[in-house]
Write a protein that binds this ligand. Structure first.
Ligand SMILES: Nc1ncnc2c1ncn2[C@@H]1O[C@H](COP(=O)(O)OP(=O)(O)OP(=O)(O)O)[C@@H](O)[C@H]1O
Length: 620
């Protein structure tokens, strides 16, 4: 069935987007990047091609020799060829700096990823260690190392890498913490993707640009530090390096000051080249992600995460232990008993869900209604395991299709999430990763859960996109999230949610971010998919109209507790709880029409938008 989609057509932005493969091409198109690459290559690779002189060969007759055909830049204090030392010295300096940066990245990147993503004790311990390392004066440590191990510059640079790793760790950790709160990361989690996959697909692309910039800065710093140590005479005497050239030049500063110039210029140019190259790589990366990194729909695409969600701790109580594989007496798909969610706040622990019990049967739509803040979303997040770690979650019973979910670890839970329990979020745009094409985001869970090949998963996904009413599935499949409208994005997420044929769909106000026409279409879609697949659905909403439209039963929540549950017709005909009656009477249809204004009644000018000149204010 293809549904009409006027809203989508109106909002669709046709933007051609470059792929990621063009990164190197983009880099090579930048004159700055090319110049830097050439300079660095000259300094590191081509020394033997550019000079036939041995950089270590001394000749007293050539001591402080002037520039000549044999020695284009002259000779140093002991008659070594300055040009050869300059060219070969670049290798030593670059290799040492690369070693330091490699060590810093090898420690800082994985540690930052794990600490930022998993937090807990590893985060605490690694942050403490990183603070400790940062407090250590690096140059003193290096001097001690060099004096202890002799003139081994590379070992000193490896130690310097360790000392630089806290900087990388902090950067990566902070980037990961910010991105892991994004709704599209939650969406990936809910779709059952494993942590390594989420990190590779959604987290690493975000941290790569700052890491590149940081690495470029560290390379420059590494070269300067290494040269400093060699200038002090701590490097290997047999190895040409820019630092040892400076040392020699300093000894002859009054007789031949020009000797200071060559290594000084080489150092300055190389450090600048690294900085500029880092910027160029970052720009090239940003350019190749143009299709993705654009903000989805401005601020509307993001909701205040802290206020809206919290993370799961399975401090699920001892009451649950020993309750696995529980079969329920009737045909209940999901049985939740006595769910409590408590958040630590500045004023003490705050229970936002308090003793909620729900039951959903196969093929049944349960509406979860209540005012804003009544705990509907917190209940849904608790069922999905999406509450923040600091939240305390306890439940008497959480049985899904005969299995006690509360006892499952993260990996086991991933087999249920996405595959058998799916989620449709409130704000579609922020639940799609802007870096990836829509097709890629839909295909991955399908391949993982259903074990399909790439082409089978693609065909299935295209079929699903068509099924949810997208007129041009191929275009949407290849589009980035910013290229489709909010309504279309919601259809995409519904397609993703039902792609693995789940038994239970949890939809958290799936139409809130959409306009009225599209709302009705999306609700129709949810209802028809639910009937077609005999899914159980929990529909979180504050709208009794939606409840009347598509729900079979309804549970009403007030301040974290369910105050009434009943079949929809019964609830509308004879609401029992005063809060339910109050909610029903406050809906527009049931409210008493307001009385007509009396003839003498005047509207204050400020309200009517009339100025004292009698002109109506407002947009032209
Ligand atoms: N991390 C948190 N710390 C403290 N309180 C929280 C946290 N997250 C949510 N809450 C509170 O929990 C209560 C229930 O929030 P929830 O999002 O479940 O409400 P809701 O019924 O879904 O509302 P809405 O319809 O507006 O989405 C609210 O008072 C909210 O402020």
């Amino acid at each position: 069935m293809t549904l009409p989609q006027p809203e989508e057509a109106a909002h669709t932005i046709a933007v051609a987007t470059p792929g990621r493969a063009g990164l190197l091409r983009r880099l090579l198109r930048s004159p700055v990047a090319v110049t830097c690459l050439v300079l660095l290559a000259l300094a590191s690779l081509f020394a033997p091609l550019l000079t036939g002189q041995d950089p270590a060969h001394t000749s007293l007759t050539d001591s402080l020799a002037p520039m000549s055909g044999q020695h284009p830049l002259g000779g140093d204090g002991v008659g070594r060829d300055v040009l050869a030392r300059l060219l070969y010295g670049g290798r030593t300096s670059l290799l040492g700096a690369l070693l330091a940066v490699a060590v810093a990245l090898a420690i800082g990147v994985p540690a930052g990823l794990v600490a930022g993503y998993y937090r807990k004790w590893f985060d605490a311990v690694s942050s403490w260690l990183s603070n400790l390392l940062m407090a250590v004066p690096a140059i003193i440590v290096l001097l001690v190392v060099m004096s202890a191990v002799g003139q081994n510059t590379y070992l000193a640079m490896a130690v310097f890498g360790v000392l630089m790793s806290p900087g990388v760790f902090r950067l990566i950790r902070a980037s990961v913490i910010s991105v892991r709160e994004e709704l599209y990361v939650d969406a990936a989690r809910v779709s059952g993707l494993t942590d390594p996959r989420i990190i590779r697909r959604h987290i690493l692309p975000v941290v790569q640009a700052p890491t590149i910039i940081q690495a470029a800065q560290m390379l420059g710093l590494g070269i300067v530090i290494q040269s400093g140590l060699e200038f002090l005479g701590l490097g290997s005497a047999s190895q040409a390096s820019w630092g040892s050239m400076l040392n020699d030049a300093f000894a002859n500063i009054y007789t031949k000051p020009v000797l200071m110039v060559w290594p000084g210029v080489a150092l300055a140019v190389t450090v600048a080249a690294f900085g500029l190259l880092g910027n160029a790589v970052r720009d090239a990366l940003a350019g190749s992600a143009v299709g993705g990194r654009r903000p989805s729909r401005g601020a509307a695409g993001r909701r205040p995460v802290a206020a809206k969600k919290a993370r799961h701790t399975t401090s699920v109580t001892s009451a649950m232990n020993g309750m696995s594989e529980t079969a329920d007496a009737d045909d209940a798909l999901l049985v939740l008993e006595d769910l409590t969610v408590t958040h630590p706040t500045a004023e003490g622990d705050k229970a936002v869900v308090d003793g909620v019990s729900l039951k959903v049967r196969r093929g049944e739509v349960l509406g979860l209604v209540g005012e804003s803040g009544s705990g509907k979303s917190q209940t849904a997040f608790a069922l999905l395991g999406l509450l923040p770690r600091e939240a305390q979650v306890s439940t008497g019973r959480l049985v899904f299709d005969g299995t006690e979910l509360g006892r499952l670890g993260r990996a086991d839970m991933n087999r249920y999430r996405g595959r058998r329990i799916a989620y449709v979020p409130q704000e579609p745009m922020s639940n799609l990763d802007p870096s990836f094409r829509i097709g890629a985001q839909l295909v991955e869970p399908v391949r993982r859960h259903l074990g399909l090949s790439a082409s089978e998963a693609r065909a299935k996904t295209l079929g699903l996109l068509e099924r949810v009413g997208i007129a041009d599935p191929k275009r949407v499949f290849n589009a980035y999230p910013h290229q489709i409208s909010g309504g279309m994005a919601q259809r995409v997420l519904i397609a993703g949610a039902v792609s693995c044929e789940p038994d239970l769909l949890i939809a958290d106000e799936p139409t809130t971010a959409l306009d009225v026409t599209v709302q009705a279409e999306v609700l129709d879609l949810v209802r028809s998919l639910q009937r077609e697949r005999n899914m159980g659905v929990i529909l979180v909403t504050h709208d009794f109209g939606v409840v009347a439209d598509i729900c079979d039963r309804v549970s009403v929540m007030q301040t974290g507790a369910v105050v009434e549950s009943a079949p929809v017709a019964q609830l509308f005909a004879a609401p029992q709880h005063p809060y339910t009656r109050m909610l029903l009477s406050s809906t527009l249809e049931d409210a008493e029409p307001r009385a007509a204004l009396s003839p003498g009644h005047t509207v204050p000018a400020s309200v009517a938008g009339i100025t004292n000149t009698g002109r109506q204010e407002g947009p032209a």
